[in-house]
Design a protein around this ligand. Structure first.
Ligand code: 4AD
Ligand code: MG
Length: 476
């Protein structure tokens, strides 16, 4: 993809992004940069100021000679965190590790950052500490790199689907149905919670009098609506926020996370798995291309396996096993698990990690799970015990993608809904899709933050989303 690295700015035609200057800037070019100061060193004849504008991991070294107008007054006001503008000329840098630097001819401060109180100083801060100052942490090297990778991965996702003719469909955030049937939903209400309308017996809240006329929730998945759209456009995808009220305080769960959900008509489980694999390979390839410095940084400073993992994903085929085979492998493992395994239990993250990390050492697709541990919409296999499900397990993370072929047969689907104890009435429109022009179809959901964790090696999911939502966490 061609990057346009300069911003249109009619008032200041020479304002350049630092990424652009570091990559393409030439000695003798006259430029203006604007950004935030990372460090300042005052010396006898010059001051050295490193400026970062968020466009790249590396900042631009600015050299400010003492004879620049207003030097004495302005340099005093500059410290780590201050916002400044510098006009000057690019020169070859005598310093190691940088090709060019900016020799200032004029400079000004937009906003100071009092060093007595500015919390980000030039030292390592813990990620826990940075979470408490999430309004400032995007200015650090690590979080800056994370959010650039997050952006590049988002763009790669759209590119992947758009190139293949998938329609991006916008599914609702407020929904009346529980797609996963797990009851982990946040209620959305217009009631004054101190005096909600009650049923006649005064024992329950009467949602028929609420804003939507029935109980509404934040959506856990856009899948059911994506299926509607796939039944008209063949291939679609969603990319948006989803919400889960599970009270899991882990490094892999958020209450609000972004999910990518492709849905394909005329597609079976095999096609679904193939798409998932091609999709992950594409995102890794694209991010390595767009953010090489950031990925190198993660490899050096966060997790030394980041680049090896990326090549492993790109170059190798994923492992594929059925759930039944996976259980046999886990039973044979010379490892004691906290949660014992036997056919029928859901895989815990320790089992998922054993398979992907210790055994196969690469992403592993597990298929054909027992029907009783999976959602109602998954297609029943001929053995009538398992469903055409697939989870992609990633080393270090565990489940990163969950998907399935969907049950397209009306009678089988109706049975399944009854069996899992759901009321079929609200699913009338979902069942209609099986009444009118039903087709085999399949799809999956990728947890976007888990993908970013996987790519960057960041160990806590709260550090790969700008403003994490988790139990007791909603300050910003
Ligand atoms: O496996 P899940 O629950 O599948 C679905 O929601 C399907 N409707 C998707 C589909 O077939 N269209 O969730 C999909 C993925 C998981 O594999 C995981 O990566 C991520 O979403 N995920 C979470 N990520 C962060 N925090 C949470 N609480 C998550 N719950 C699921
Ligand atoms: Mg799942």
């Amino acid at each position: 993809m061609q990057l346009i690295e300069t911003l249109p700015d009619s008032a200041m035609p020479t304002t350049r992004r630092i990424l652009d200057l570091l990559r393409h800037g030439q000695p003798n070019e006259t430029v203006t940069v604007k950004g935030w100061v990372r460090t300042k060193r005052e010396q006898k004849e010059f001051s050295f100021v490193e400026v970062n504008d968020g466009s790249s991991l590396a900042g631009l070294q600015v050299v400010i000679p003492r004879d620049v107008a207003g030097y004495a007054d302005t340099i005093k006001r500059i410290s780590t965190g201050a916002s400044i503008e510098v006009n000057g000329t690019l020169v070859e840098s005598p310093a190691k590790g940088q090709r060019i630097e900016l020799k200032a001819e004029a400079f000004q401060v937009f906003g100071e950052a009092d060093p007595e109180t500015y919390p980000l100083q030039k030292k390592r801060h813990s990620f826990e500490f940075l979470r408490d100052i999430a309004h400032l942490r995007a200015r650090t090297n690590t979080l800056g790199a994370v959010f650039r990778v997050r952006n590049a991965a988002s763009a790669a996702i759209h590119q992947f689907f758009q190139e293949r003719g998938f329609l991006w469909v916008h599914t609702p955030i407020i929904s009346a149905s529980d797609c996963e049937g797990a009851g982990e939903m946040f209620t959305v209400t217009g009631f004054d919670l101190n005096q909600p309308a009650l049923t006649e017996d005064k024992k329950r809240v009467d949602f028929s009098q609420d804003f939507f006329g029935k109980q509404a929730f934040l959506s856990v998945s856009g899948q059911l609506e994506a299926e509607i759209m796939a039944m008209a456009f063949s291939n679609v995808y969603t990319f948006g926020p989803t919400f889960r009220a599970e009270n899991s305080n882990t490094s892999r769960h958020l209450a609000e996370f972004w999910m990518v959900e492709p849905e394909m008509a005329f597609c079976d489980l095999l096609g679904d798995m193939e798409l998932a694999e091609a999709f992950l390979k594409h995102i890794f390839r694209s991010v390595l291309e767009t953010c090489p410095e950031d990925m190198e940084f993660f490899n050096q400073r966060i997790e030394p396996s980041v680049l090896a993992t990326a090549s492993n994903i790109i170059d190798n085929e994923f492992a594929r096993v059925t759930y039944t085979e996976a259980i046999a492998l886990l039973e044979k493992a010379d490892k004691t698990f906290e949660f014992p395994v036997k056919w029928g239990v859901d895989l815990q993250s320790e089992h998922e990690r054993y398979l992907a990390e210790d055994l196969f050492k690469k992403p592993t697709i597990v298929t054909d799970y027992p029907a009783q541990i999976k959602a109602f919409y998954m297609r029943l296999n001929d053995d009538e015990k398992t469903v055409a499900a697939m989870d992609v397990l990633a080393p270090k993370i565990g489940e990163i993608i969950g998907g399935s072929q969907r049950e397209e047969r009306l009678d089988v689907l109706e049975n399944r809904i009854q069996q899992v104890g759901l009321d079929p009435a609200p699913y009338w429109w979902y069942l209609d899709l099986r009444r009118y022009g039903t087709v085999p179809h399949a799809g999956f959901g990728l947890g976007f933050e888990r993908l970013v964790q996987f790519m960057t090696g960041m160990s806590n999911i709260r550090d790969v989303i700008p403003f994490p939502r988790a139990p007791q966490e909603i300050e910003f």
